[in-house]
Design a protein around this ligand. Structure first.
Ligand SMILES: O=C(O)CCC(=O)C(=O)O
Ligand SMILES: [Fe+2]
Length: 163
């Protein structure tokens, strides 16, 4: 994993001090597996409030990746589509998570796909979690966190509508 991170960061021109510190892995067994419209708006990453960078690396079956504007203007197309193929690196930067939603739609393809997304945990969010005793092995933990904090949202829940 470190080698993949190192190579990917090199290709993106991201210095070690700015490397992301978390990685999410999605496995798509075949074209029937998908991720619905959403923004990566977890509190941990503060993606709706500040300029963040998400780096995505794909392996295996080529799949469509679609972006749609939350507030399309004039004759701007509602949906942009790219194809992410084996070995493709893609980034979402700036305020993408505020202004767009994205998805990997179902398709009629057979092969499996793995996608890695690296993100940097926002230190302010981490401080809040520590404060709330989110990490149970810490000796001085407070009360357990509520289940619905939304830090690790269940993807089965539809994303909130754009606003
Ligand atoms: O599989 C992909 O390319 C995107 C995955 C994704 O949007 C996510 O994990 O939040
Ligand atoms: Fe996402």
């Amino acid at each position: 994993m470190i080698e993949l991170l190192r190579h990917s960061m090199h290709f993106c021109g991201i210095g070690e001090r700015e490397w992301p510190d978390s990685c999410n892995l999605n496995y798509y067994e075949d074209g029937g597996a998908s991720v619905g419209w959403h923004a990566d708006d977890e509190h941990l990453f503060q993606g709706k409030l500040q300029d963040i960078r998400i780096v995505s690396l794909s392996f295996g079956q080529a799949r469509s990746f679609e972006l749609r504007r939350n507030w399309p203007e004039g004759d701007e197309p509602g949906v942009e589509r790219i194809v992410l193929s084996n070995g493709d690196l893609m980034t979402m930067e700036g305020m993408t998570q505020k202004h767009y939603q994205h998805r990997v739609p179902k398709e009629s393809c057979k092969g499996p796909r793995i996608n890695l997304t690296w993100r940097l945990v926002c230190s302010r969010s981490l401080a809040v979690l520590l404060d709330m005793g989110y990490f149970p092995n810490r000796a001085n933990r407070a009360t357990p966190p509520p289940q619905d904090m939304g830090y690790f949202p269940n993807r089965a829940t539809p994303p909130p509508p754009p606003h």
